[in-house]
Ligand binder design. Structure first.
Ligand code: SAM
Length: 212
């Protein structure tokens, strides 16, 4: 469910430029097979950050590599280390990276991120979190020792189609634990003392924050 009013969502969709063939193919595959990928605007925001900062990125949750491709396309000296536990999706992602010509900038680490993060080298300039919603805090806590002091954190699905803002008992397709987890993280990123952060109504709602 879009978090913006329908006419605003339609307007933004119409602004989107035509995608290059591999990215278009990924969008088609995701729509056909029900693979959850970021909205184009979220991918584009990550792309702009990557273009400006040329960071070393840690991404938790590759799926077929759509958000990874948005970022990798913009990197020069930077690179993306991306984590995925689903072998079939990881294989699809690798194929897309090769065909899009970004394989030299992407390292895909297979396995449960809660087990693979501790062995990563870092330091990372950008942490993008987009995997199991109830484990977001685990990923962030595990990744923090690998981040540069002024690293940027971006987290997807923090508004969950607007359902995080719905009154208790309202109908939702999201599990209660995921909603509770997103609400707790939103409060911490925006109102907690440990972060300079905000939640933006981009895509499915993204948290953008840096450690104080
Ligand atoms: C929302 S999708 C990622 C979409 C991707 N960021 C994109 O926009 O193109 C979430 C992915 O995280 C993976 N995932 C979930 N929990 C994970 C974990 N603990 N470790 C590694 N991958 C995980 C799932 O298999 C799934 O492919």
């Amino acid at each position: 469910m879009p978090i913006l009013q329908e006419h605003v969502e339609r307007y933004l969709n119409e602004l989107r430029p035509q995608r290059a063939p591999v990215m278009a193919e990924m969008e088609e595959l995701a729509a056909r097979d029900g693979v959850p990928i970021v909205h184009w605007e979220t991918g584009r925001l990550l792309a702009a950050i990557c273009r400006a900062m040329d960071p070393v990125v840690l991404e938790v949750g590759t799926a077929i590599g759509y958000s990874t491709l948005h970022m990798a396309e913009q990197l020069q000296l930077g690179r993306v280390v991306t984590l995925e536990r689903d072998t079939a999706r990881a294989d699809q992602a690798r194929d897309f990276f090769a065909r899009a010509g970004v394989a030299d900038r992407v390292e895909l680490v297979e396995g449960d991120a809660r087990e693979t993060i501790p062995a990563l080298e870092g330091p990372f300039d950008l942490l993008f979190v987009d995997a199991t919603k109830t484990a977001y805090r685990d990923y962030i806590e595990l990744a923090e020792p690998k981040l540069r002091a002024r690293a940027l954190l971006v987290v997807d699905n923090l508004l969950m189609g607007g359902d995080v803002a719905a009154p208790p008992g309202a109908p939702t397709t999201w599990p209660d634990e995921s909603l509770a987890s997103a609400r707790a993280l939103n409060s911490e990123l925006v109102g907690g003392r440990g972060w300079v952060g905000c939640v933006l109504a981009v895509g499915d709602g993204i948290g953008v924050a840096a450690r104080v």
